[in-house]
Ligand binder design. Structure first.
Ligand SMILES: *[C@@H]1O[C@H](CO)[C@@H](O)[C@H](O)[C@H]1NC(C)=O
Ligand SMILES: *[C@@H]1O[C@H](CO)[C@@H](O)[C@H](O)[C@H]1NC(C)=O
Ligand SMILES: *[C@@H]1O[C@H](CO)[C@@H](O)[C@H](O)[C@H]1NC(C)=O
Ligand SMILES: *[C@@H]1O[C@H](CO)[C@@H](O)[C@H](O)[C@H]1NC(C)=O
Length: 437
Protein backbone atom coordinates (compact mmCIF):
# COMPACT_ATOMS: atom_id res chain seq x y z
CA UNK A 1 0.00 0.00 0.00
CA UNK A 2 2.74 2.39 0.95
CA UNK A 3 4.62 1.67 -2.22
CA UNK A 4 1.54 2.25 -4.36
CA UNK A 5 1.00 5.62 -2.75
CA UNK A 6 4.61 6.46 -3.23
CA UNK A 7 4.37 5.50 -6.88
CA UNK A 8 1.24 7.63 -7.40
CA UNK A 9 2.83 10.54 -5.63
CA UNK A 10 6.01 10.46 -7.70
CA UNK A 11 4.19 10.02 -10.97
CA UNK A 12 1.95 12.96 -10.09
CA UNK A 13 5.02 15.03 -9.38
CA UNK A 14 6.56 13.98 -12.65
CA UNK A 15 3.37 14.77 -14.50
CA UNK A 16 3.09 18.24 -13.01
CA UNK A 17 6.68 19.31 -13.15
CA UNK A 18 8.30 17.53 -16.01
CA UNK A 19 8.68 20.16 -18.74
CA UNK A 20 8.95 17.51 -21.44
CA UNK A 21 5.54 16.08 -20.58
CA UNK A 22 3.94 19.47 -20.14
CA UNK A 23 5.02 20.59 -23.61
CA UNK A 24 3.52 17.51 -25.14
CA UNK A 25 -0.09 17.94 -24.15
CA UNK A 26 -0.61 17.78 -27.92
CA UNK A 27 -0.32 14.11 -28.82
CA UNK A 28 0.27 13.43 -32.52
CA UNK A 29 -1.37 10.45 -34.21
CA UNK A 30 1.40 10.16 -36.77
CA UNK A 31 4.66 11.79 -37.82
CA UNK A 32 6.14 12.52 -41.21
CA UNK A 33 9.67 12.99 -42.58
CA UNK A 34 10.81 13.77 -46.15
CA UNK A 35 13.11 11.39 -48.05
CA UNK A 36 15.21 12.43 -51.00
CA UNK A 37 17.13 10.25 -53.42
CA UNK A 38 20.78 11.17 -53.80
CA UNK A 39 21.62 11.29 -57.52
CA UNK A 40 25.21 10.12 -57.27
CA UNK A 41 24.96 7.30 -54.71
CA UNK A 42 21.25 6.39 -55.21
CA UNK A 43 20.95 6.41 -51.41
CA UNK A 44 17.72 7.59 -49.76
CA UNK A 45 18.37 10.43 -47.35
CA UNK A 46 16.10 11.88 -44.71
CA UNK A 47 16.40 14.97 -42.53
CA UNK A 48 15.77 14.98 -38.79
CA UNK A 49 16.21 17.86 -36.35
CA UNK A 50 18.48 16.97 -33.47
CA UNK A 51 20.39 18.68 -30.63
CA UNK A 52 20.09 21.99 -28.72
CA UNK A 53 20.22 24.35 -30.50
CA UNK A 54 18.36 22.22 -33.02
CA UNK A 55 20.07 21.51 -36.35
CA UNK A 56 18.73 19.57 -39.33
CA UNK A 57 20.89 16.49 -39.88
CA UNK A 58 20.86 14.36 -43.02
CA UNK A 59 21.00 10.61 -42.48
CA UNK A 60 20.76 7.67 -44.89
CA UNK A 61 17.58 5.61 -44.53
CA UNK A 62 18.49 2.04 -43.58
CA UNK A 63 15.25 0.07 -43.45
CA UNK A 64 16.83 -2.90 -41.67
CA UNK A 65 19.23 -0.90 -39.49
CA UNK A 66 18.94 -1.24 -35.73
CA UNK A 67 19.21 2.36 -34.61
CA UNK A 68 20.37 5.79 -35.64
CA UNK A 69 24.08 6.45 -35.57
CA UNK A 70 25.72 9.78 -36.21
CA UNK A 71 29.21 11.18 -36.44
CA UNK A 72 29.86 12.71 -33.01
CA UNK A 73 33.51 13.54 -33.68
CA UNK A 74 32.90 16.41 -36.05
CA UNK A 75 30.57 19.38 -35.41
CA UNK A 76 28.47 17.77 -32.70
CA UNK A 77 27.45 20.70 -30.50
CA UNK A 78 24.53 20.29 -28.13
CA UNK A 79 23.70 21.30 -24.57
CA UNK A 80 21.26 18.36 -24.27
CA UNK A 81 23.64 15.54 -25.25
CA UNK A 82 23.73 12.88 -22.50
CA UNK A 83 25.88 9.76 -22.75
CA UNK A 84 24.26 6.55 -21.47
CA UNK A 85 25.84 5.56 -18.17
CA UNK A 86 27.00 1.98 -17.68
CA UNK A 87 24.25 -0.45 -16.66
CA UNK A 88 21.49 2.14 -17.17
CA UNK A 89 18.08 1.39 -18.68
CA UNK A 90 19.30 3.20 -21.83
CA UNK A 91 22.19 0.76 -22.19
CA UNK A 92 19.95 -2.25 -21.90
CA UNK A 93 17.42 -0.77 -24.37
CA UNK A 94 20.27 -0.28 -26.82
CA UNK A 95 21.41 -3.88 -26.37
CA UNK A 96 24.79 -2.55 -25.27
CA UNK A 97 27.16 -5.03 -23.70
CA UNK A 98 30.41 -3.15 -23.37
CA UNK A 99 31.08 -0.54 -20.75
CA UNK A 100 34.10 1.67 -20.60
CA UNK A 101 36.05 4.86 -20.44
CA UNK A 102 37.29 7.22 -23.10
CA UNK A 103 40.50 9.19 -22.91
CA UNK A 104 40.58 12.46 -24.77
CA UNK A 105 37.15 13.64 -23.67
CA UNK A 106 34.80 14.57 -22.32
CA UNK A 107 32.91 15.45 -25.49
CA UNK A 108 30.03 13.88 -27.44
CA UNK A 109 31.11 10.34 -28.32
CA UNK A 110 33.86 10.21 -25.69
CA UNK A 111 32.89 10.00 -22.04
CA UNK A 112 33.82 7.84 -19.09
CA UNK A 113 31.54 5.22 -17.58
CA UNK A 114 29.41 4.83 -20.71
CA UNK A 115 28.15 1.82 -22.65
CA UNK A 116 28.79 1.22 -26.30
CA UNK A 117 27.28 -0.58 -29.29
CA UNK A 118 28.60 -1.57 -32.72
CA UNK A 119 27.24 0.83 -35.35
CA UNK A 120 27.31 -0.50 -38.93
CA UNK A 121 27.65 1.23 -42.24
CA UNK A 122 25.43 -1.20 -44.11
CA UNK A 123 26.58 0.15 -47.47
CA UNK A 124 30.31 -0.39 -47.05
CA UNK A 125 29.79 -3.18 -44.48
CA UNK A 126 32.20 -1.46 -42.14
CA UNK A 127 31.48 -1.60 -38.45
CA UNK A 128 33.00 0.02 -35.39
CA UNK A 129 32.07 0.81 -31.81
CA UNK A 130 30.50 3.92 -30.39
CA UNK A 131 29.01 5.44 -27.29
CA UNK A 132 25.26 5.16 -26.68
CA UNK A 133 23.72 8.57 -26.02
CA UNK A 134 20.48 10.49 -25.96
CA UNK A 135 19.59 13.90 -27.26
CA UNK A 136 16.57 15.90 -28.33
CA UNK A 137 14.98 15.07 -31.68
CA UNK A 138 12.11 16.97 -33.23
CA UNK A 139 9.96 16.30 -36.26
CA UNK A 140 6.60 17.17 -37.75
CA UNK A 141 3.34 15.51 -36.84
CA UNK A 142 0.83 14.79 -39.59
CA UNK A 143 -2.86 14.15 -40.12
CA UNK A 144 -1.82 12.05 -43.11
CA UNK A 145 -2.43 14.89 -45.58
CA UNK A 146 0.03 17.64 -44.60
CA UNK A 147 2.74 18.13 -42.00
CA UNK A 148 1.47 19.76 -38.80
CA UNK A 149 2.90 20.87 -35.48
CA UNK A 150 6.47 20.06 -34.59
CA UNK A 151 6.79 17.56 -31.76
CA UNK A 152 9.82 16.72 -29.65
CA UNK A 153 11.30 13.52 -28.30
CA UNK A 154 13.52 14.83 -25.48
CA UNK A 155 15.56 11.66 -24.94
CA UNK A 156 16.02 10.01 -28.28
CA UNK A 157 18.57 7.18 -28.07
CA UNK A 158 21.23 6.75 -30.74
CA UNK A 159 24.84 5.70 -31.15
CA UNK A 160 27.87 7.85 -31.80
CA UNK A 161 30.35 6.86 -34.47
CA UNK A 162 33.69 8.20 -35.61
CA UNK A 163 33.81 10.27 -38.81
CA UNK A 164 35.42 7.48 -40.86
CA UNK A 165 32.23 5.41 -40.71
CA UNK A 166 30.64 7.97 -43.08
CA UNK A 167 32.82 6.79 -45.97
CA UNK A 168 30.66 5.67 -48.88
CA UNK A 169 27.64 7.69 -47.82
CA UNK A 170 26.07 10.53 -49.79
CA UNK A 171 27.73 13.90 -49.50
CA UNK A 172 26.56 15.98 -46.53
CA UNK A 173 25.21 12.98 -44.66
CA UNK A 174 26.24 12.57 -40.98
CA UNK A 175 25.00 9.06 -40.22
CA UNK A 176 22.37 6.42 -40.87
CA UNK A 177 18.85 6.06 -39.51
CA UNK A 178 17.83 2.49 -38.70
CA UNK A 179 14.16 1.58 -39.18
CA UNK A 180 14.64 -2.06 -38.21
CA UNK A 181 12.80 -4.17 -35.74
CA UNK A 182 14.80 -3.16 -32.70
CA UNK A 183 13.99 -1.55 -29.34
CA UNK A 184 15.76 1.69 -30.25
CA UNK A 185 14.96 1.67 -33.97
CA UNK A 186 13.29 4.91 -35.07
CA UNK A 187 9.80 3.37 -35.41
CA UNK A 188 9.90 1.83 -31.90
CA UNK A 189 11.17 4.98 -30.22
CA UNK A 190 8.61 7.26 -31.89
CA UNK A 191 5.74 4.85 -31.27
CA UNK A 192 6.75 4.64 -27.60
CA UNK A 193 7.17 8.41 -27.22
CA UNK A 194 3.67 9.18 -28.53
CA UNK A 195 1.88 5.90 -27.74
CA UNK A 196 0.85 5.16 -31.28
CA UNK A 197 0.72 1.90 -33.19
CA UNK A 198 4.09 0.37 -33.96
CA UNK A 199 3.57 0.91 -37.67
CA UNK A 200 5.42 2.99 -40.21
CA UNK A 201 5.13 3.44 -43.94
CA UNK A 202 7.81 4.08 -46.53
CA UNK A 203 7.12 5.69 -49.92
CA UNK A 204 10.32 6.36 -51.88
CA UNK A 205 10.35 8.74 -54.81
CA UNK A 206 11.88 7.59 -58.08
CA UNK A 207 12.97 11.14 -58.79
CA UNK A 208 16.16 12.72 -57.49
CA UNK A 209 14.46 16.13 -57.54
CA UNK A 210 11.16 15.40 -55.76
CA UNK A 211 10.94 14.10 -52.22
CA UNK A 212 9.27 10.91 -51.08
CA UNK A 213 8.05 10.38 -47.55
CA UNK A 214 8.11 8.15 -44.46
CA UNK A 215 5.19 8.15 -42.01
CA UNK A 216 5.37 6.89 -38.43
CA UNK A 217 2.03 5.67 -37.09
CA UNK A 218 -1.13 4.60 -38.83
CA UNK A 219 -2.71 6.02 -41.99
CA UNK A 220 -4.28 7.82 -43.73
CA UNK A 221 -1.31 8.34 -46.04
CA UNK A 222 -2.64 10.80 -48.59
CA UNK A 223 -0.96 11.74 -51.89
CA UNK A 224 -2.18 14.45 -54.26
CA UNK A 225 -4.77 14.52 -55.79
CA UNK A 226 -6.28 12.93 -52.64
CA UNK A 227 -5.28 9.28 -52.96
CA UNK A 228 -5.13 7.55 -49.56
CA UNK A 229 -2.61 4.78 -50.18
CA UNK A 230 -3.45 3.11 -46.85
CA UNK A 231 -6.78 2.08 -48.37
CA UNK A 232 -5.36 -0.18 -51.04
CA UNK A 233 -2.85 -2.39 -49.30
CA UNK A 234 -2.35 -6.10 -49.74
CA UNK A 235 -0.93 -7.85 -46.68
CA UNK A 236 1.71 -10.50 -46.22
CA UNK A 237 3.44 -11.78 -43.07
CA UNK A 238 6.84 -10.45 -42.06
CA UNK A 239 9.30 -13.08 -40.91
CA UNK A 240 12.04 -12.84 -38.34
CA UNK A 241 15.38 -14.24 -39.37
CA UNK A 242 16.62 -15.86 -36.13
CA UNK A 243 20.22 -14.99 -36.92
CA UNK A 244 21.29 -11.35 -37.12
CA UNK A 245 22.42 -10.06 -40.49
CA UNK A 246 24.34 -7.14 -38.91
CA UNK A 247 28.11 -6.82 -38.98
CA UNK A 248 28.55 -7.32 -35.25
CA UNK A 249 25.86 -8.24 -32.79
CA UNK A 250 25.35 -9.93 -29.43
CA UNK A 251 25.18 -13.72 -29.76
CA UNK A 252 21.65 -15.02 -30.29
CA UNK A 253 20.25 -11.71 -31.53
CA UNK A 254 17.69 -12.08 -34.33
CA UNK A 255 17.93 -9.92 -37.44
CA UNK A 256 16.29 -6.48 -37.27
CA UNK A 257 15.64 -6.66 -41.03
CA UNK A 258 12.28 -7.21 -42.70
CA UNK A 259 11.87 -10.57 -44.45
CA UNK A 260 8.87 -11.67 -46.49
CA UNK A 261 7.86 -15.12 -47.67
CA UNK A 262 8.35 -15.27 -51.44
CA UNK A 263 7.25 -18.77 -52.45
CA UNK A 264 7.69 -18.58 -56.21
CA UNK A 265 8.38 -16.14 -59.02
CA UNK A 266 6.46 -15.62 -62.26
CA UNK A 267 7.40 -13.76 -65.42
CA UNK A 268 4.43 -12.68 -67.58
CA UNK A 269 2.33 -14.84 -65.26
CA UNK A 270 4.32 -17.99 -66.05
CA UNK A 271 6.09 -19.76 -63.21
CA UNK A 272 9.89 -19.69 -63.26
CA UNK A 273 11.64 -22.73 -61.87
CA UNK A 274 13.73 -21.80 -58.82
CA UNK A 275 15.35 -23.84 -56.06
CA UNK A 276 12.81 -23.34 -53.26
CA UNK A 277 15.35 -24.23 -50.56
CA UNK A 278 16.91 -20.83 -51.24
CA UNK A 279 13.60 -19.07 -50.55
CA UNK A 280 13.41 -19.96 -46.86
CA UNK A 281 15.99 -19.43 -44.12
CA UNK A 282 18.27 -22.06 -42.95
CA UNK A 283 17.45 -21.64 -39.24
CA UNK A 284 20.89 -22.54 -37.96
CA UNK A 285 22.73 -19.94 -40.01
CA UNK A 286 20.04 -17.48 -41.11
CA UNK A 287 21.03 -17.89 -44.76
CA UNK A 288 18.42 -17.60 -47.52
CA UNK A 289 15.02 -15.93 -47.70
CA UNK A 290 13.84 -12.60 -49.08
CA UNK A 291 14.35 -9.22 -47.46
CA UNK A 292 13.57 -5.63 -48.34
CA UNK A 293 16.44 -3.14 -48.36
CA UNK A 294 16.78 0.59 -48.90
CA UNK A 295 20.58 0.42 -49.04
CA UNK A 296 20.70 -1.73 -52.18
CA UNK A 297 19.70 0.42 -55.15
CA UNK A 298 18.56 -2.63 -57.19
CA UNK A 299 17.21 -6.07 -56.38
CA UNK A 300 19.96 -8.64 -55.93
CA UNK A 301 19.18 -12.29 -56.75
CA UNK A 302 21.19 -15.39 -55.89
CA UNK A 303 22.91 -16.61 -59.09
CA UNK A 304 20.59 -19.52 -59.98
CA UNK A 305 17.47 -17.43 -59.30
CA UNK A 306 18.96 -14.58 -61.32
CA UNK A 307 19.58 -16.90 -64.26
CA UNK A 308 16.09 -18.42 -64.14
CA UNK A 309 14.37 -15.03 -63.91
CA UNK A 310 16.46 -13.30 -66.56
CA UNK A 311 16.21 -16.24 -69.00
CA UNK A 312 12.42 -16.17 -68.66
CA UNK A 313 12.37 -12.39 -69.03
CA UNK A 314 14.53 -12.44 -72.17
CA UNK A 315 12.31 -15.14 -73.72
CA UNK A 316 9.09 -13.25 -72.95
CA UNK A 317 10.61 -9.99 -74.18
CA UNK A 318 11.62 -11.65 -77.46
CA UNK A 319 8.04 -12.81 -77.91
CA UNK A 320 7.03 -9.15 -77.60
CA UNK A 321 9.56 -8.25 -80.35
CA UNK A 322 11.81 -6.46 -77.89
CA UNK A 323 15.43 -6.53 -79.10
CA UNK A 324 18.19 -7.48 -76.71
CA UNK A 325 21.38 -5.42 -76.89
CA UNK A 326 24.80 -5.58 -75.20
CA UNK A 327 24.87 -5.47 -71.41
CA UNK A 328 25.65 -2.23 -69.59
CA UNK A 329 27.22 -2.83 -66.15
CA UNK A 330 26.12 -3.45 -63.47
CA UNK A 331 23.20 -4.93 -65.42
CA UNK A 332 23.41 -8.10 -67.51
CA UNK A 333 20.18 -7.87 -69.47
CA UNK A 334 19.54 -4.82 -71.66
CA UNK A 335 17.20 -4.02 -74.53
CA UNK A 336 16.80 -1.47 -77.27
CA UNK A 337 14.03 0.89 -76.25
CA UNK A 338 12.90 1.10 -79.89
CA UNK A 339 10.16 -1.52 -79.69
CA UNK A 340 9.18 -0.86 -76.11
CA UNK A 341 5.96 1.05 -75.68
CA UNK A 342 5.46 3.32 -72.74
CA UNK A 343 2.50 2.99 -70.43
CA UNK A 344 1.31 4.60 -67.22
CA UNK A 345 3.15 1.81 -65.37
CA UNK A 346 6.39 2.45 -67.23
CA UNK A 347 7.93 0.62 -70.21
CA UNK A 348 5.70 -2.21 -71.48
CA UNK A 349 7.87 -5.22 -70.63
CA UNK A 350 7.08 -8.64 -69.14
CA UNK A 351 5.73 -8.39 -65.59
CA UNK A 352 7.57 -10.04 -62.69
CA UNK A 353 5.49 -11.41 -59.82
CA UNK A 354 6.81 -12.32 -56.41
CA UNK A 355 4.21 -14.83 -55.28
CA UNK A 356 3.67 -14.72 -51.52
CA UNK A 357 1.59 -16.79 -49.07
CA UNK A 358 -0.66 -18.16 -51.81
CA UNK A 359 -1.14 -17.88 -55.58
CA UNK A 360 -3.59 -14.99 -55.14
CA UNK A 361 -1.20 -12.82 -53.18
CA UNK A 362 1.63 -11.49 -55.27
CA UNK A 363 3.73 -8.37 -55.59
CA UNK A 364 3.70 -7.46 -59.27
CA UNK A 365 6.68 -5.52 -60.59
CA UNK A 366 5.86 -3.46 -63.70
CA UNK A 367 8.26 -1.72 -66.11
CA UNK A 368 8.51 1.45 -64.01
CA UNK A 369 10.06 -0.66 -61.23
CA UNK A 370 11.94 -3.20 -63.33
CA UNK A 371 13.61 -1.16 -66.07
CA UNK A 372 16.47 1.31 -65.77
CA UNK A 373 17.09 3.78 -68.58
CA UNK A 374 20.87 3.71 -69.07
CA UNK A 375 20.95 5.81 -72.25
CA UNK A 376 18.48 7.39 -74.64
CA UNK A 377 17.90 4.12 -76.48
CA UNK A 378 18.81 1.40 -73.97
CA UNK A 379 16.77 0.05 -71.06
CA UNK A 380 18.20 -2.57 -68.71
CA UNK A 381 16.48 -4.98 -66.35
CA UNK A 382 17.34 -3.46 -62.96
CA UNK A 383 18.28 -6.67 -61.20
CA UNK A 384 21.78 -7.66 -60.10
CA UNK A 385 23.40 -11.09 -60.00
CA UNK A 386 24.28 -11.76 -56.36
CA UNK A 387 26.51 -14.75 -57.11
CA UNK A 388 26.25 -18.13 -55.42
CA UNK A 389 25.88 -18.48 -51.65
CA UNK A 390 24.83 -14.93 -50.74
CA UNK A 391 23.61 -14.51 -47.18
CA UNK A 392 20.10 -13.58 -48.37
CA UNK A 393 18.79 -15.11 -51.63
CA UNK A 394 16.57 -12.21 -52.69
CA UNK A 395 17.20 -8.63 -51.60
CA UNK A 396 14.45 -6.38 -52.91
CA UNK A 397 16.18 -3.06 -53.56
CA UNK A 398 15.26 0.62 -53.81
CA UNK A 399 14.38 0.75 -57.52
CA UNK A 400 11.78 -1.98 -57.05
CA UNK A 401 10.03 -0.28 -54.12
CA UNK A 402 9.93 3.28 -55.49
CA UNK A 403 6.43 4.71 -55.95
CA UNK A 404 5.05 1.78 -53.94
CA UNK A 405 3.81 2.40 -50.41
CA UNK A 406 5.05 -0.20 -47.92
CA UNK A 407 3.57 -0.27 -44.44
CA UNK A 408 5.49 -2.21 -41.80
CA UNK A 409 3.45 -3.26 -38.78
CA UNK A 410 5.89 -4.37 -36.11
CA UNK A 411 3.18 -5.34 -33.62
CA UNK A 412 1.43 -7.82 -35.92
CA UNK A 413 4.50 -8.65 -38.08
CA UNK A 414 2.72 -7.77 -41.26
CA UNK A 415 3.69 -5.89 -44.40
CA UNK A 416 1.08 -3.94 -46.34
CA UNK A 417 2.06 -3.15 -49.94
CA UNK A 418 0.27 -1.00 -52.47
CA UNK A 419 1.89 -2.11 -55.75
CA UNK A 420 2.75 0.81 -58.04
CA UNK A 421 0.97 4.05 -57.14
CA UNK A 422 1.39 5.06 -60.79
CA UNK A 423 -1.60 2.82 -61.47
CA UNK A 424 -3.58 5.03 -59.10
CA UNK A 425 -2.42 8.19 -60.86
CA UNK A 426 -0.13 9.38 -58.10
CA UNK A 427 3.48 8.92 -56.97
CA UNK A 428 5.44 8.91 -53.72
CA UNK A 429 6.57 12.47 -54.57
CA UNK A 430 2.98 13.69 -54.26
CA UNK A 431 2.72 14.15 -50.51
CA UNK A 432 1.69 17.76 -49.82
CA UNK A 433 4.57 19.11 -47.70
CA UNK A 434 2.84 22.46 -47.11
CA UNK A 435 2.58 22.68 -43.33
CA UNK A 436 -0.78 23.37 -41.74
CA UNK A 437 0.72 24.09 -38.30
C1 LIG B 1 38.30 9.19 -17.70
O1 LIG B 1 38.94 8.80 -16.55
C2 LIG B 1 40.36 8.87 -16.62
C3 LIG B 1 40.93 8.37 -15.31
O2 LIG B 1 40.49 7.07 -15.07
C4 LIG B 1 40.80 10.28 -16.89
O3 LIG B 1 42.20 10.31 -17.10
C5 LIG B 1 40.12 10.78 -18.15
O4 LIG B 1 40.42 12.13 -18.36
C6 LIG B 1 38.63 10.62 -18.05
N1 LIG B 1 38.02 10.96 -19.31
C7 LIG B 1 36.92 11.65 -19.41
C8 LIG B 1 36.38 11.84 -20.78
O5 LIG B 1 36.34 12.10 -18.45
C1 LIG C 1 19.13 -25.85 -53.70
O1 LIG C 1 19.83 -24.97 -52.83
C2 LIG C 1 20.40 -25.61 -51.70
C3 LIG C 1 20.95 -24.49 -50.80
O2 LIG C 1 21.90 -23.73 -51.47
C4 LIG C 1 21.44 -26.59 -52.14
O3 LIG C 1 21.99 -27.23 -51.03
C5 LIG C 1 20.82 -27.60 -53.08
O4 LIG C 1 21.81 -28.46 -53.61
C6 LIG C 1 20.10 -26.91 -54.22
N1 LIG C 1 19.35 -27.88 -55.01
C7 LIG C 1 19.47 -27.98 -56.32
C8 LIG C 1 18.60 -29.02 -56.98
O5 LIG C 1 20.26 -27.30 -56.97
C1 LIG D 1 6.57 -9.39 -83.90
O1 LIG D 1 7.07 -9.18 -85.20
C2 LIG D 1 6.58 -10.13 -86.14
C3 LIG D 1 7.31 -9.91 -87.45
O2 LIG D 1 7.52 -8.56 -87.69
C4 LIG D 1 5.07 -9.97 -86.26
O3 LIG D 1 4.55 -10.92 -87.14
C5 LIG D 1 4.44 -10.19 -84.90
O4 LIG D 1 3.05 -9.94 -84.93
C6 LIG D 1 5.07 -9.25 -83.86
N1 LIG D 1 4.59 -9.64 -82.55
C7 LIG D 1 4.24 -8.73 -81.61
C8 LIG D 1 3.80 -9.27 -80.32
O5 LIG D 1 4.25 -7.52 -81.84
C1 LIG E 1 -1.45 21.56 -50.02
O1 LIG E 1 -1.92 21.81 -48.72
C2 LIG E 1 -2.23 23.18 -48.45
C3 LIG E 1 -2.57 23.28 -46.98
O2 LIG E 1 -3.65 22.45 -46.66
C4 LIG E 1 -3.37 23.62 -49.36
O3 LIG E 1 -3.64 24.98 -49.11
C5 LIG E 1 -2.94 23.41 -50.79
O4 LIG E 1 -4.03 23.71 -51.65
C6 LIG E 1 -2.52 21.97 -51.02
N1 LIG E 1 -1.95 21.84 -52.36
C7 LIG E 1 -2.59 21.20 -53.32
C8 LIG E 1 -1.90 21.18 -54.65
O5 LIG E 1 -3.68 20.67 -53.15
Amino acid sequence: MASIQYFLFTSLLLFCFSPSLAQQSFRPKALVIPVSKDASTLQYVTTINQRTPSVPIDVVVDLGGRYMWVDCDRNYVSSTYRPARCNSAQCSAAGANGCGDCFGGPRPGCNNNTCGVGPDNSITHLGTSGEVAEDVVSLQSTDGKNPGRVVTVPKFLFACAPTFLLQGLASGVVGMAGFGRYKIGLPSQFAAAFSFHRKFAVCLSSSTSAKGVIFFGDGPYVFLPGVDASQSLTYTPLFINPISTANSFPLGEPSAEYFIGVKSIKVNEKAVSVNTTLLSFDNSEGVGGTKISTVDPYTVLEASIFKAVTDAFVKEAAAMNITRVAAVAPFEVCFSSKNILSTRLGPAVPSIDLVLQNQNVFWRIFGANSMVQVSSDVLCLGFINGGSNPRTSIVIGGKQIEDNLLQFDQATSRLGFSSSLLGRQTTCANFNFTSTA
